[in-house]
Every structure is written in structure tokens, then in C-alpha cells.
Design a protein around this ligand. Structure first.
Ligand code: FMN
Length: 191
């Protein structure tokens, strides 16, 4: 079993990465393989609405000159998908949104190829807007026929400078609980 996480932050080792690693700590303890993919510095453009993914039905985006298809392949291989994003102007980062639109459309064009995989959002925030980010990511999972486990609070960690999120003990605990619930659900759905 494998969980792939995408860190949509511009800061590879920032607060979002720290929160994802906290989820990973519980998945690792349950023997579930984990991998984090950084979107920072990668070229990934938005969907151009060409609709070719519906013609080709080859589980790939027709734009084949950026990072999206590598991410889509990784999503397909995994049993669980984490999309992590910091809050940028009360929304997901541009890179995260590009991945959602590209992967989401390819999934729909290919008989909902992420169907029944487990999905979880992870959000870093300085002060406000994180719920909207959390919702945006969950919209992608839910419309893709994926299964979304809960935690003891919404999956949000608070901090501004790199590492500040480590002071948010409730946020970290929310991530660990999410990791345990993901592991439980992954095992149930693989039975
Ligand atoms: C362009 C930009 C926009 C931001 N917008 C918000 C915002 O709307 N609300 C907020 O609370 N924090 C906002 N922040 C702060 C980040 O969400 C916060 O620093 C977060 O911890 C960054 O996570 P990271 O270290 O993974 O990049 C913004 C930061 C940047 C760079």
C-alpha cells in the first residue's frame, strides 16, 4: 500500500511539508509506503480545455511537456493521495490548482480512474482562508469518486515562517489522527 503526497507550496521544506510528514509518521508506523512530491519549481500549467483526454482515453493529459503527467502517473499507482497546499489569498496555490484541474479532467475522461482511492487535504495557513483551501481540495476528491477520511478537526496547521507550524500542537495532532484514520481506511478498502 502506498500514499503519495503532493506539496503545492513554493517552499519545499515549509509548513505544508512539515504537516504532510506528520501524517506520514502514522502511515509509516502502519507499514504503509509514503512519498512526497514537490511541485515547487516545477512547470505545471492549467487545463487548456482541449478535451483531448476524452478522445485519447489513455490516462494521460494531452499536454505532455510539463510535470502534470508524471504526477498523474504517481496518483494512479498510489492507493492514497494527499494534496497539501498552503493558503494563498484564501485559496490553493496556482500549482495545486493546475494539478487538480489537469488530473481531475483526465480522471473523468478515463472512467473515474481514481475511484475509491483514499484522499486527504493538508493545509498550512498563517491566519485565515484555510477552510476554503480545505474545501477546494476536497471538491476534487469527492467529485472523483474518492473516499475522504476525517480527523479530529479540519486538516489545518497554523504558522507563517518556516517551522512555525511545529508550535501548533493541535494542528499536528490533527495530522497524526488523520494519518491513523487513513491507514485504517486503506487497510479496510484493501481487504
Ligand atoms: C502569496 C501568499 C499568499 C498568502 N495568503 C495567505 C492567506 O490568504 N491567508 C493566510 O492566513 N496566510 C496566507 N499566506 C501565508 C501562508 O499561508 C503561510 O505562511 C503558510 O504557512 C505557508 O506554508 P509553506 O511554508 O508550506 O509555504 C500567504 C503566503 C503567500 C506567500
Amino acid at each position: 500500500m502506498k500514499v503519495i503526497a503532493f506539496n503545492g507550496s513554493a517552499r519545499k521544506n515549509g509548513n505544508t511539508a512539515i504537516l504532510i510528514k506528520e501524517v506520514f509518521s502514522e502511515l509509516d508506523a502502519e507499514g504503509i509506503e509514503t512519498e512526497m512530491i514537490q511541485l515547487a519549481g516545477k512547470k505545471i500549467r492549467g487545463c487548456i480545455a482541449c478535451g483531448k483526454c476524452f478522445d485519447n482515453q489513455n490516462r494521460r493529459c494531452a499536454i505532455d511537456n510539463d510535470f502534470a503527467n508524471e504526477c498523474i502517473e504517481k496518483m494512479l499507482e498510489a492507493d492514497g493521495i494527499i494534496l497539501g497546499s498552503p493558503t494563498y489569498f484564501a485559496d490553493v496555490t496556482t500549482e495545486t490548482k493546475a494539478l487538480i484541474d489537469r488530473a481531475g479532467f483526465v480522471s473523468r475522461a478515463n472512467s473515474f480512474m481514481f475511484k475509491r482511492k483514499i484522499g486527504a487535504a493538508v493545509v498550512a495557513v498563517r491566519r485565515a482562508g484555510a477552510i476554503h483551501v480545505f474545501d477546494s481540495i476536497n471538491h476534487f476528491f469527492l467529485i472523483s469518486q474518492m473516499i475522504v477520511p476525517g480527523s479530529s478537526y479540519w486538516n489545518i496547521g497554523i504558522g507563517r515562517a518556516i517551522g512555525e507550524v511545529e508550535q501548533d500542537e493541535e494542528g499536528l495532532e490533527t495530522m497524526r489522527t488523520l494519518g491513523r484514520n487513513m491507514a485504517w481506511l486503506l487497510k479496510k478498502t484493501q481487504e
